[in-house]
Structure formats: structure tokens, C-alpha cells
Design a protein around this ligand. Structure first.
Ligand code: TD4
Ligand code: CA
Ligand code: ZN
Length: 312
């Protein structure tokens, strides 16, 4: 097989030179993988498929690897990276390096600075010896992170000086920062607000380090409304507006993580079929529009927000 997964090195280099961001989309099953890569291929965009440790448990690592392999065989014309999202420990990172992932994240953000440095460095040493790149995290996102609920006011923004020291000491390839985003569908109580001033300071200290934005779903209002209209109950959901993500893409953020919007897109379509056609029980009847909704959501981000179209 001459097609292969790539690391993120080249795509991030291009993203920093040309000021756009690459979408990193969470994958859990076949329909999600197909929706993402079909959209990326249509837009000639580089793309990152990422799996959390719970996604790996759900899909099972052998299935995951084979599905991703099939995806790149179908689309040899776009660069695709496979990334571990929020690796909780060295062992999980090692497992993914050994399985053929091209990128891993070690999330040491819940530890002290020194412990985070030590753990990250250990993962970097192993990953680099195997040609795999490493994303690390410094700072704490608001909301539910690492099973602790960080109150918005206690969220710890990434300190630019610490970021510089952290990257220098660990040798990590990219850095996830906290500037006001959070995971899930409830990111802001009032107005959405991101600390672009902190992002600018971090980029000043680390001009050549790709920056990663977690918790970056828009929580697309039409999808939330559609879920609620067809029997769902997700009131008051709110995310990061497209305009802010566009601004981030043009100001040094190289990787933007999206999971919640894909969950909402699938669920909205499935709810619609269930509500409108109660006699349907063929899974293909609701998974086909669900897969299409994933594709449309990814297309929108790539073409209208992140600016990665035609950057393959
Ligand atoms: O890293 N991520 C996705 C995290 C999802 C992991 O959840 P599971 O453990 O249940 O698989 C993001 O930064 C995505 O942020 P978003 O704004 O889409 O919630
Ligand atoms: Ca974290
Ligand atoms: Zn995340």
C-alpha cells in the first residue's frame, strides 16, 4: 500500500505560513469517518482524524485502524493524520504510537507544571523515536475537564511565559492552550468571549509552534433547534461563533478541535427520521442522513471558517 497516514508537521507548517487552521474531528464509527474524509476530499483539504481513549474503547482499535486505512485508500489525494485526543497517560500514548497513529496528545494539564513537563517529555521521547509527533496541553479549559468541573472563573488561561518554557523543555510539536473555550455544548453562560490578547502573546513567544484550540465547536444553533424540535432536550446550549474561529484561524491557531458539532449533526438527523417516520427500523434509513449531516458540517467548517480548502 503506497498511501499512508501523514504526521501533522507539513500541514501545520503550511497553516502557519498561510494563516489558516486545520480541522481535527473526533471519530467514533464508520459513518463519522466517512462523512469527514468525504468532505475533506471534496474541498481538497488536509484533515486530522482524532480519537479519544473512550472512542478507541468504543470502536476497538483494530476496527478503527482498518476504517482509517480504508479512508485514506479512498482519498489518496489529501493528507490525513490520525491523532490520539487527550491521551491520559504514557501507556495510552505508547499503545497508539505502536498501533500506527501519526500523532498523539498527552494531556498533562491536570498536573503541576513540573509533572506535566516530565510526563510530556517522556511521551515526546518515545513518540519521536518512532516518527510520531506530540501535542501537549498547558492551562485549564473551563467546564468538565479531566473529570473535574472547572468553574469558568477558575479556568486557568495559559501563561505565555510558561508556554515558552514548557515547549522548550518538553520538545513537544504543538501546544493546546486555554483562552476561554471549553468542551461540550455549554461553553458560555452570557456572551462568548475568547482571550485573543493571550493568544497573541503566546504566538509572540512561540512563533513557530502550532497552537491548538480545544472545545471549539460552534454548537450550531440550527442543529440544537432541530434536536429540540424533534424531541430532544438541550436548552441553552452555546458555543464559539464562526467569526471567532475565523479570527483564531488567521491569528496563529493551526488546529481546531470539533466533536460536539458532529454529535449534534448526527443526532438531529436521526431524531428527525425517528419523529417523522416512526415505522422506519432499517438503520441505514437514519444513518445515511446522519452521515450526510456530518459531511455538511465538516464542509462548512473547512470552506467557510477554517480556510483549509484547496490546501491539500
Ligand atoms: O478534544 N475535544 C473532543 C473531546 C471529546 C472526547 O470525548 P469522549 O471522551 O467522550 O470521546 C475537543 O476539544 C472538542 O471540543 P467540542 O467543542 O467539540 O466539545
Ligand atoms: Ca486537559
Ligand atoms: Zn479537547
Amino acid at each position: 500500500m503506497d498511501m499512508a497516514l501523514v504526521t501533522t508537521t507539513e500541514m501545520f507548517k503550511k497553516s502557519m505560513e498561510q494563516k489558516f487552521a486545520i480541522g481535527a474531528f473526533n471519530v467514533n464509527n464508520m459513518e463519522i469517518i466517512q462523512g469527514i474524509v468525504d468532505a475533506a476530499a471534496e474541498s481538497k483539504s488536509p484533515v486530522i482524524l482524532q480519537a479519544s481513549s473512550s472512542a478507541i474503547k468504543y470502536a476497538r482499535i483494530n476496527y478503527l485502524m482498518k476504517m482509517v486505512e480504508a479512508a485514506i485508500e479512498e482519498h489518496p489525494d489529501i493528507p490525513v493524520a490520525l491523532h490520539l485526543d487527550h491521551g491520559p497517560d504514557f501507556e495510552t500514548c505508547k499503545m497508539c504510537v505502536d498501533a500506527g497513529f501519526t500523532s498523539v496528545m498527552i494531556d498533562g494539564s491536570k498536573y503541576s507544571f513540573e509533572e506535566n513537563v516530565e510526563l510530556t517529555k517522556k511521551v515526546v521521547d518515545y513518540a519521536h523515536a518512532h516518527g510520531v509527533v506530540v501535542e501537549a496541553e498547558l492551562g485549564k479549559l473551563a467546564g468538565v475537564e479531566d473529570d473535574v468541573n472547572v468553574d469558568a472563573k477558575d479556568a486557568m488561561y495559559t501563561d505565555p511565559d510558561e508556554a515558552e518554557e514548557f515547549v522548550r523543555r518538553t520538545g513537544c510539536d504543538s501546544l493546546a492552550i486555554a483562552i476561554g473555550t471549553s468542551h461540550g455544548a455549554y461553553k458560555f453562560k452570557g456572551e462568548a468571549k475568547l482571550r485573543f490578547d493571550i493568544l497573541a502573546k503566546i504566538k509572540e513567544k512561540l512563533p513557530n509552534t502550532p497552537i491548538v484550540l480545544h472545545g471549539a465547536s460552534t454548537v450550531i444553533p440550527e442543529l440544537v433547534n432541530m434536536c429540540n424540535e424533534y424531541g430532544g432536550n438541550i436548552p441553552g446550549a452555546k458555543g464559539v461563533p464562526d467569526e471567532m474561529l475565523k479570527q483564531a484561524s488567521q491569528n496563529g491557531v493551526s488546529k481546531i478541535n470539533v466533536d460536539t458539532d458532529l454529535r449534534l449533526a448526527m443526532t438531529a438527523q436521526i431524531r428527525k427520521v425517528f419523529a417523522e417516520e416512526p415505522s422506519v427500523f432499517d438503520p441505514r434509513k437514519y444513518l445515511t442522513p446522519a452521515r450526510e449531516a456530518v459531511k455538511n458540517t465538516v464542509s462548512h467548517k473547512i470552506n467557510d471558517v477554517f480556510g483549509s480548502c484547496n490546501k491539500a
